[in-house]
Design a protein around this ligand. Structure first.
Ligand code: ADP
Ligand code: 5GP
Length: 208
């Protein structure tokens, strides 16, 4: 059985990472989304257990104390964390797992020895074409109040400074082009691991 790999994606809030990821995951077989735990309230249309596990601060702190998180961070005033056992169960069954985490979480995973050497990871930073366009998208999404939008915009500049620490940088200007690029990265990374675009192992056939 081949081991799956981790795809770590980060972007300033409002860049379009969720939109982009949904399209790529619908298109590329063998990718699973790591459902994080968060203390943020659900947005309209978000489903518990699909988009996030929505938990109270108390529940989050208990899980954190129990060491349930591979990484966790406070982002824009809420806690977010990735479940280690859930991720490792999928990767060890050969499935590639997508982690949608912020720059702090990505830095923790880069610096810590929490990911075994047998599991490879590729990180992708998704950038907006400009801060003005980022503001337009945050406002256009219509899910956040003014205070939240301003906080997310303030944090975007700091987050952008982390872009060069990632293996890949993709600008989400035209959505279709960004989708194609992320899809190409996943397929290229699979080829590096001697796997087909579908994620299965390549069978090498030799001439008789
Ligand atoms: P994120 O997950 O990065 O916070 P979303 O996926 O929620 O961002 O996207 C924020 C808003 O921007 C949404 O209204 C989405 O439809 C829009 N959007 C995403 N990508 C693009 C794009 N390439 N061009 C224009 N609007 C976009
Ligand atoms: P949102 O509230 O817009 O869904 O997400 C806000 C930020 O939290 C995004 O940058 C997203 O990538 C990040 N995030 C989501 N889940 C996790 C997680 O498990 N860990 C970390 N560190 N960040 C996360």
């Amino acid at each position: 059985m081949i081991t799956g790999k981790l795809f770590i994606l980060s972007a300033p809030s409002g860049t379009g990472k969720t939109t982009l990821l949904r399209k790529v995951m619908a298109d590329v077989p063998g990718l699973a989304f790591s459902v994080s735990h968060t203390t943020r309230s659900p947005r309209s249309g978000e489903v518990d257990g699909v988009d996030y596990y929505f938990v109270s601060r108390g529940q989050f702190e208990t899980m954190r104390e129990q060491g349930a998180f591979l990484e966790w961070a406070e982002v824009h005033g809420n806690f977010y964390g990735t479940s280690g056992p859930a991720v490792f169960a999928q990767v060890s069954s050969g499935i590639d797992v997508v982690l949608d985490i912020d720059v702090q979480g990505a830095a923790i995973l880069r610096a810590s020895a929490k990911i075994p050497a047998t599991i490879s990871a590729a990180s992708i930073f998704i950038a907006p074409p400009s801060l003005q366009e980022l503001e337009r998208r945050l406002r256009g999404r219509g899910t956040d109040n003014e205070e939240t939008i301003l906080l997310r915009l303030r944090n975007a500049g700091r987050e952008m400074q982390e872009a060069l620490a990632y293996d890949y940088l993709v600008v989400n200007d035209t959505l279709e082009q960004a989708i194609d690029t992320v899809r190409a990265i996943v397929i290229a990374e699979r080829s590096r691991g001697h796997r087909l675009p579908t994620g299965e192992a390549i069978k090498i056939v030799s001439e008789p």
